[in-house]
Design a protein. Structure first.
Length: 249
């Protein structure tokens, strides 16, 4: 990763979970002039975007006009005078910039399929397993989507379902959720009083779970490992699972 990023001159920006090897991620960020955040330290994604914007302040996009009679997609070589907004401190001339124009392609998100797995796994393990299968932990972006997942869970006898979300906390104490896909959280179905960010014993709760409590399905934020004590194992073991959302090809 470091070698390729250096070769291309691309900084690498990383966000790590509590289970991540932070020293390795920090080294990648340092070596590539990028930045590393521990997820627990992020109160708002705006601070992440602001940091990236500052670092990328001298990245330029060139727009040019071509002779209408020429082939619009032929190879080109252009010369450009590059100057920044800070008194031209980084100004310079770049010539012989070779590139090949490409046609714009429009993409739209295709249909996805859901795969339910039953097992006593951590959220981080479930998330990794879905990624290895070419997908991600399911994001419940609508009530209808949530209903499909609930029906799958009922059929397989799963009461606790890991889903593809995690929480952050603002400076004022407010806790809010993110989807792993970056989609906006517009639909929510939290259990009253949730998300709490911490369990009764003080253990941090960062990860989203869809669960059935008193015959009602709702969301809760949970600790990563639900099987560390006899009490937790009695509650969750044999009744936990996760749903992967995978794009259809």
């Amino acid at each position: 990763v470091i070698s390729l990023a250096k070769e291309k001159g691309i900084p690498v920006y990383l966000i790590g979970t509590s289970e991540a090897d932070s020293s390795t991620l920090q080294n990648i960020a340092n070596e590539t002039n990028g930045y590393f955040w521990d997820m627990n330290s992020i109160s708002d994604m705006q601070e992440v975007m602001n940091r990236i914007r500052v670092n990328q302040d001298n990245v330029y996009c060139l727009e040019y006009d071509s002779d209408s009679s020429s082939n619009a997609y032929a190879d080109r070589v252009v010369s450009a005078l590059v100057a920044d907004s800070k008194n031209h401190q980084s100004g310079g001339i770049g010539d012989d910039l070779s590139f090949k124009p490409i046609k714009k392609k429009n993409y739209k998100k295709g249909a996805t399929r859901f795969v339910l797995h039953k097992g006593d796994v951590k959220w981080t393990e479930a998330n990794s397993a879905c990624m290895q299968d070419g997908g991600y932990l399911v994001t419940l972006t609508s009530k209808s989507k949530e209903k499909k997942v609930i029906n799958m869970a009922k059929k397989e006898g799963v009461k606790y379902v890991w889903i593809g979300g995690y929480t952050s906390q603002r400076e004022n104490g407010d806790v809010f959720a993110h989807w792993v896909t970056g989609e906006k959280v517009k639909y929510e179905n939290w259990l009253p009083g949730e998300p709490s960010r911490n369990d009764k014993d003080g253990e941090p709760e960062f990860y989203l779970m869809l669960w059935r409590l008193n015959d009602e399905w709702s969301w809760n934020d949970q600790r990563d490992d639900l099987f560390t004590t006899p009490t937790l194992r009695k509650t969750f073991s044999g009744k936990t699972g996760y749903v992967c959302e995978i794009n259809r090809h």
